[in-house]
Ligand binder design. Sequence first.
Ligand SMILES: [Zn+2]
Length: 389
Amino acid sequence: MTLKENRVESTLLRRINERRLLEVIQQQGPSSRAMLTRVSGLTAPTVSKAVDSLLKRGLVEELEPVEQALGRPGRLVRMAAESAAVLGVVIDAQVCCVAAAGLDGKVTEEQTRRFATPDTYSALLDTIEEHCRCLLAGVSGTVHGIGVSVPGLVNERLEEIVFSPNLHLLDKRNPARDLEARLEVHCLLLQETDSLCLSERIYGDARGLHDFAMLDVTTGLGLGVMSGGQLLAGHSGMAGEVGHITVVPDGVRCGCGNRGCLETLATDSALVRLMAEQLGQPLDLEAATALLENRAADFQHELRTVTEYLAIAIAAVINIFNPTTLFVHGTLLAGSEERFARVLERVKQRTLTASLADCTIVATRSSKRQGAIAGIMHHLTNAWAPSIR
Ligand SMILES: [Zn+2]
């Protein structure tokens, strides 16, 4: 091996070690060097060198340790929260939001701005840009990137949203690329359900899991699948669209143009629509939530219908993908213990017994806002070095 090849190899090795430490710090929170050595399986001198390099690059920070009874405590290392930041943008059918966070991924209400989704693409971009600029002005450290979470089919080869059934102003657009041109900060386009998967993996209950799935049943019905530690993408990144499986051939018109898609019957928006039809007046999610709290008995038929179809959706995912855990992200059914228990009862009828025995079904509280942050953090970690697992 030549001297040059040797150097390239040792640089790569160093970076792989640094990535490993970044992942450990992300998952464990503030850690001493001794703890990092134990968890990462690297040697103490390697950890020490890697931490120094990450400190120099501003990706981690040192904290004063809490006093310990015995011996001199080591300083703690954490993801940079004061000297570095990322932004997350969530574009959604009704309400969008922009949030700033340190590299530790902690999002707060003070650092979040929400607004009703504008009617046109250019107004949407203008509004996002304005909110991003305000947040960027208040951030003290280096901004490493902006994750832009979007609904719909994201084609990774074409680098655009080819089709967004519930927000057509995004069709054939790439808001991340357009924002990057305006803000001159690296922006990354993220499919919203994939981002929810990453959020659960980095910050939530899927830490350490390699095979799990995320079913988002809020506005549309989205599916993200982590298989063997990788997001299932398909040829162009568009895999997982179970929401557009036809379940009622002559059912109501779906945002995709077809009729009777699963997402027109198994989601929060499906339940809101059915309740509004019964009442004979328009309804939003907030009003529907209140009605279900106070007058659930008036909507038994609507609740039963959506419960049944959500169980079919959950069963389909478990039968096809055999996940160890299935996270369900939703408000009206998944957000209520009692109603979700009824869904799970129906899931038993619809799922192959052996596959169901393998799987835990959990209602998740992770948010698309956390997802946008997780997406950009995942990208930054990946860009640092390849994973060796
Ligand atoms: Zn459809």
